[in-house]
Ligand binder design. Sequence first.
Ligand SMILES: [Zn+2]
Ligand SMILES: [Zn+2]
Length: 260
Amino acid sequence: MNNGSKISPLTRGKAIRCRAAVCRQPGEPLVIEEIEVDPPKIGEVRIKILCTSLCHSDVTVWNMRQGLFSFPIIFGHEAVGIVESIGEEVEEVKEGEMVLPVYQSNCKECKECKNWRTNKCSAFGDKIGMGMPRDGTSRFKDLNGQPLNHFLYVSSFSEYTVVDIHNLVPINPKLPIDKAALFGCGVPTGIGAAWNVADVDEGSTVAIFGLGFRVPPWLSSLKLLKKKLTGEQITALSVLGWLPSWKKLSKVVERDGERQ
Ligand SMILES: [Zn+2]
Ligand SMILES: [Zn+2]
């Protein structure tokens, strides 16, 4: 696929049959299946995925036997797409426009969305996105009619997906899509957190809160910044008890667990 992919108005308002990589059970290989993607409802946008990448959080949840997510599920949350059709009340994007889905909602209205220090939208909350953010239902079903769960409001391992307008950003169509896709997760969680928010100085000792989803991009971006942090200077604190086997961490503190 490339930036010049065209969309057809013939699919507007109808379910689209397409292929998706479906994960039926934790740890099982993803299987390319024919699925149906419903049209977008109020405030939603159906997009054709042009490019998607694999984030370590996809792999983490794929391996999570007792996790927060339910299967079957369609992973993928770093992508670039083109708008195929829009639901009612969507004015921010139009058909044919290049867009970037993002897993954190941004209503642009609440106190948090207006504050540059945080991106935790209080209007949409901190829910686990296995359905659409407004009504929690799925826009995917397999050919037996069984609903397939969304992942982080994006689910880009499908040729078409439906995303809320509050999880979508229009982008310049001249951007290379393979690099732009990384702005969906790796760049903002990794580089943005270490560079802009924490502003880590060389030689700092840092504590990282929230293992599991955010530590890999955090550490890789710290390396990117060429800060000379060693294992002895990093303390990781997990509030959910998801402790990766990360040998480089000198000290692991599990707030709710046995180790302190
Ligand atoms: Zn908000
Ligand atoms: Zn990610």
